[in-house]
Design a protein around this ligand. Structure first.
Ligand SMILES: Nc1ncnc2c1ncn2[C@@H]1O[C@H](COP(=O)(O)OP(=O)(O)OP(=O)(O)O)[C@@H](O)[C@H]1O
Length: 259
């Protein structure tokens, strides 16, 4: 099968605002292949979230196209799971009901729903908290719950917009370890937006760097640092010189934009 999971061709997006049109993205060409962990970096306001929203199906491109398995994406659907920085869990449902919501809406059997929610709550290490209300969970737990809710739909691709941005440094590193472990175990395809170069390099198999608005993809880096980091010592990462060479190049690329 040569068709990539997601294919974006000559895409641009222009927002219409009261002050006039805002060109957010231009000339985007991008493929996401099954099993890839693609991280997107770029200056603030360059169009990263806009690109993710197009892949999710929330926004339609102004020109060009965004295809999933060769078919144009026409709107949001459960094949593409989305995780945002602020959890969007339903406060009137307990944790288990939140995770089961998607499969239940799709008419999955109650037996299978239970199996899936047990499995993914286990993967995100929330077994034992199923009956808790959302307000009873910590920030890190909410973000893990959000992840379990996305995973419960068994989407073809998981789209994450700064998923760990609001977490403290320690919880963030733990979450990175967890998402790496889940990606490897489930053979998931992940597209993740971050401001953190170390996060992108320590998780991604490919790191894309975007230009200032209108966002274009300036350069991409095929990297394998994620394979070198194991969850057990995720807090004590040791990288060789090539890591710092790539990091410096990315800093220069992003910094150059600000000048
Ligand atoms: N709904 C909208 N209507 C009009 N303009 C918008 C809208 N959403 C975003 N924009 C503009 O489009 C540009 C890209 O925004 P976007 O949120 O995609 O950037 P970003 O790279 O994700 O930013 P950040 O890193 O700060 O989250 C910005 O100039 C923003 O002001």
């Amino acid at each position: 099968m040569n068709e990539p999971l997601i294919r974006i061709e000559n895409l641009s997006l222009e927002y219409q605002t009261q002050a006039g049109p805002v060109l957010a993205l231009a000339d985007i060409n991008l493929e996401l292949k099954e099993g890839e962990f693609v991280c997107l970096l770029g200056p603030s306001g360059c169009g990263k979230s806009t690109l993710l929203k197009i892949i999710a199906g929330y926004l339609a491109p102004t020109t060009g196209q965004c295809l999933m398995q060769g078919e144009p994406i026409k709107g949001p659907d459960w094949h593409r799971g989305v995780v945002f920085q602020s959890p969007t869990l339903y406060p009137w449902m307990n944790l288990r009901k939140n995770v089961e919501f998607g499969p239940r809406m799709r008419g999955v059997s109650e037996e299978k729903i239970r199996e899936v929610s047990d499995h993914f709550l286990g993967q995100v290490k929330l077994t034992g908290f199923e009956d808790k209300w959302i307000f009873e969970l910590s920030g890190g737990m909410k973000q893990r719950a959000e992840l379990a809710r996305a995973l419960a739909n068994e989407p073809a691709v998981i789209l994450m917009d700064e998923p760990f941005g609001a977490l403290d440094a320690m919880t963030r590193v733990d979450m990175q370890g967890l998402i790496r472990e889940i990606w490897q175990k489930n053979k998931s395809t992940i597209f993740l937006i971050t401001h953190d170069i170390d996060e992108a390099l320590s998780l991604g198999t490919r790191v894309l760097v975007m230009s200032d608005r209108p966002g274009r993809i300036l350069k991409e880096f095929q990297v394998d640092f994620t394979y070198k980091v194991f969850r057990q010592d995720a807090r004590h990462r040791k990288y060789d010189e090539s890591y710092f060479d790539v990091k410096d190049e990315i800093i220069d690329l992003i910094h150059y934009q600000d000048e």
